[in-house]
Design a protein around this ligand. Sequence first.
Ligand SMILES: NC(=O)c1ccc[n+]([C@@H]2O[C@H](COP(=O)([O-])OP(=O)(O)OC[C@H]3O[C@@H](n4cnc5c(N)ncnc54)[C@H](O)[C@@H]3O)[C@@H](O)[C@H]2O)c1
Length: 342
Amino acid sequence: MNSVAPPSGDRPKVVVTWPDYDVDGTNHGAALRAAGAEIVLAPKLGHRSPAALAELMADASAAIASTDPFDAQVLAACPRLRVIARLGVGVDSIDLEAATDRGVAVAVTPGANEGSTADHALALMLAVTRRVVEQDASVRRGEWNRTGRHMAGAFGGSTVGLVGFGRIGRLVARRLEGFDVELLACDTRPFEHPAVRQVELSELLRRSDIVSLHVPYAPGSGHLIGDAELALMRPQAVLVNAARGGILDESALAAALAEGRIRGAALDVFQTEPPPTDHPLLKLPNVVLSSHIGGLSESSVPEMSERATAAVVGALEGRAPKDLANPAVLAHPSWQPAPVPR
Ligand SMILES: NC(=O)c1ccc[n+]([C@@H]2O[C@H](COP(=O)([O-])OP(=O)(O)OC[C@H]3O[C@@H](n4cnc5c(N)ncnc54)[C@H](O)[C@@H]3O)[C@@H](O)[C@H]2O)c1
């Protein structure tokens, strides 16, 4: 591979936008410095515009990134950039085609946070069905509401529909096998599973008491769940989204919840993160919310961060990352072996 060192001979700059990066850790910041890098910490704590990201990344060789918007304009403004190491597997915030065209490798960390995301989906399903958050607020107000319109839904004996049956969908199913539920799933790819029946999305929506989304956000899955799909759901059903905000039409969901067309929802992800404080979904009591923490745990974050660091160190030293979201980048001239001097 051609060198990623800046032409000036300066140390290559690695911008770390992941919050809480262990800048002194042996397999984290210390490894980057040992590879000759200069580390710039720029944690992404809320919204970050493409213009702000472009300014931050202008002379960077690498990024250890959160959900920063690496669109085509940002990538065009970063001529030295060779690798974006994304903690996690969601790459919907990165224009993969533009990255590939520019020789920017996009490294991901499959296998590191799927279990934690599956755990979180379970937590959300149980919380919204058993009205845990509403109950918590009510008890704190000095109330004791146990019956009538406060009655919690049943979990055991219900039907759970998984939209997307990839790594996370399968881990959710494995956890749910311990509950007394019927399992349905839809996926664009056919599958066989002893405990899960594959059905079309429309049948899944019509039959499920709990619908949980586990598809990537891609051109084909934008607003996969909108007005028409919500209209198929049962009045006692709840919707869980621990995948990506854009999969769901949030306005349609807010209307369905406010009008009692479905019972509740639990959301870890939003179209805009963080959601604006006047967002209608933030005002509804039958909605459980979290701040895109599905993939984060005390064990998954250090592992993802270490693997992202290793991908960057490898790239700085001329090795292609192992887990690439855009493997076609390896055909780019900048990733071809340097000619052997005669
Ligand atoms: N909340 C979080 O913190 C968090 C953490 C990790 C991942 N995620 C999200 O979860 C998503 C799924 O992760 P994964 O590891 O299971 O991915 P995966 O690629 O293993 O599985 C996704 C599955 O969805 C299927 N699919 C794609 N489009 C579909 C469609 N339109 N209809 C039905 N099925 C469709 C695919 O065939 C695949 O089987 C990620 O893309 C990411 O956006 C969220």
